[in-house]
Design a binder for this molecule. Sequence first.
Ligand code: P5A
Length: 437
Amino acid sequence: MRLSRYFMPTLKENPVEAQIVSHRLMLRAGMIRQSSAGIYIWLPLGLRVLQKIENIIREEQDRAGAQELLMPTLQPAELWKDSGRYDAYGPEMLRITDRHERVLVYGPTAEEVINDIVRNELKSYKEAPKILYNIQWKFRDEVRPRFGVMRGREFLMKDAYSFDLTYEGAKHSYNKMFVAYLRTFARCGVHAIPMKASTGPIGGDLSHEFIVLADTGEEQVYCDKRYLTMEIPDENIDYDSDLEPLYQKWTSLYAATEEKYDEAEAKAVGDNLLSARGIEVGQVFYYGKKYSSSMNVAVAGEDGKPVLFEGGCYGIGVSRVMGAIIEASHDDNGIIWPESVAPFKVGLINLTAGKEETDKACEDLYAKLQKAGVEVLYDDRDERAGVKFSTMDLIGLPYQLIVGSRGLKNGVVEIKNRKTGERKELSPDEAINLLAK
Ligand code: P5A
C-alpha cells in the first residue's frame, strides 16, 4: 500500500475526548472514528488489525474442534421469552419493532439463537458433542460507553457454545476452550491471566475471566505473580486421558476478580500476591442445563429417551483485545504492534520522495517485498523526513525500512526495529531477506 493513496487520517494532537492511551492512539493513528456514542467506524488501518486478531482466534477455535457459523445480529424477541431472559436482560438490550409490529433485539449475545438451531437440527446422541462459534457484532446499550473500543455499545465478539451429553463432557469442552484462550491471547502478544469470576446475566456456576493487566483496566484483580511467567499448554495435550480439569494447573494458583476475592486464598499466596488493575478480554462459562431446560434442547439418548444438553459459552471481545494490546504495548511515540497482529510488517520510508535515485530504490524494494509476501506500507508522500518518522512511530509497524540518498551511495538502506529502537545498515537484498523470514 502506498501511503499517498491510503485512507489513514492521522491526528497530530491528542483528541480531548480520549481518556486512555489506546483510545488516543487509535484515533491519532487513523484506525477508528466515532460514529455515535460507543459506535465506531473501522478505518482501513484499524480493520486490518481487527481482521488479524479475528484470524488468530479463528485458527485456535478451529484447532480446538469448534466449527464456525454465522448468526444474525437481529434476533426474534420470542426466543428470549422462551429462555426467560427477555425481561431479565433489562435496558442494555436494544429492542426494535419491525413494520409488522414484531419485536426484534440486536443480539447482546447469542445463547438463544444457538440453542434454537441446535434443538431444531440435532436429533440423536450420536451427533454430540458439538462446539459452534461465530464472530459477529453485538450490541449492548451500556449506560456509560467509554474508553473507545474497550467499552463500546457495538462491538465484535467471538462467541462459542458447547453442547455435551454429560457433565464430564461439558467440562472437557470447557477445558479445551480454556487452553485455546491461553494460546489465542499469547499469539496476539498479550499475557491474559485466567481468573475466577461471577457469571452475571449469562448464568451458571463455573466461570473464568481472562484478564490483561493494565493500569487503565476497569477491574480490580488479585493474582499470584507466578502467573506472569507460566507456560502456555501445548495444543497437543491429551484431553481424554486427562479429564481431571486441565486448567487446574492454572487455577491452583490464586487469581480472582474483585467479586471473588478470598481472604484465605489471598493469604496463602503470601508475598507472591499481586493486586492490580486489569482488562477483561474474554470470559468462559459452564452453565449446565440452564438453556437446555428452559428452551427444551435435547436429543434422543442411547435408550431413546431425551437427554438435555450440558452447555457452556465462551466469549472473546475481539475489538476490546485490540485496545488491550495497545494498552500493553506502546511508548511515548505511539503504538508498538506485536508482529502477529500488525497492520503491515514494515513501513518503507522514502526520505526524498520525488528524487530519482531514492524513488527508484524504493519502487524496487516495494515490488520485491510484495513479491516475497511481506506486507509493506510505502511512505511515498512528499513530506519532511521528521513527519514520516513520527507517522511510522505512531502507527507502530514492527520495522521501518529507511531509504536515503546518502545510504544508497554506499549501497545500504537502514532498518529500524520499532520495539527495541535498534538500527542496522544492510544492502537492499539483505533487508528483503531479513523481512521475508
Ligand atoms: C460468552 C459468549 C458472554 O456474552 N455469551 C456468549 C457469553 N460473555 S461476556 O463476558 O458478557 O462477553 C464476552 C466478552 O465480550 C467483551 N465485551 C465487550 N467488549 C467491548 N465493549 C463492550 N461493551 C463489551 N462487553 C463485553 C469482553 O471482552 C467479554 O469478555
